[in-house]
Design a protein around this ligand. Sequence first.
Ligand code: ZN
Length: 164
Amino acid sequence: MPDSVHPFPDDPCLPDCAPGCAEDARDCRAIADRLSRACLRPTRQRVDLATLLFQGGGHRHVTAEQLHAEALAADMKVSLATVYNTLNQFRDAGLLREVVVEAGSTWFDTNTADHHHIFHENSRRLLDIAAEHLRLTGLPGLPPGTSLSRVDIIIRVTGGAGGD
Ligand SMILES: [Zn+2]
């Protein structure tokens, strides 16, 4: 996309790259572009946190507290409240999916495709189950005038090797 039509011309990657992307400005640019495409202004703080979330390309489940701890470890000066706000903004923009395991336990999932979860209660870790690996039968009739939006299944397990 030419710069002239870029919705947010500010470049948080230059001249001094964000802490999480100092080694590779191209990754930083990719993250900034991803935020822009989601209609989020790529501020330094958002790019920093998105870099922590999305670097490596694999899917992750994180809580705000976990991401805050990672941010502090990476020398980012960011409050837990800001991390919460940013995660909620990413969720609202469709970059993350929220998984509420129980009251007070919310995870943010970088895998936004339809899927389910196994929650290991001892290690408090979430594992993905591909949607096609769980067959649902006997769904109740839906209230009149409604349509099925999504089915979220969380299978809770204990014991074993810790849920890794
Ligand atoms: Zn997941």
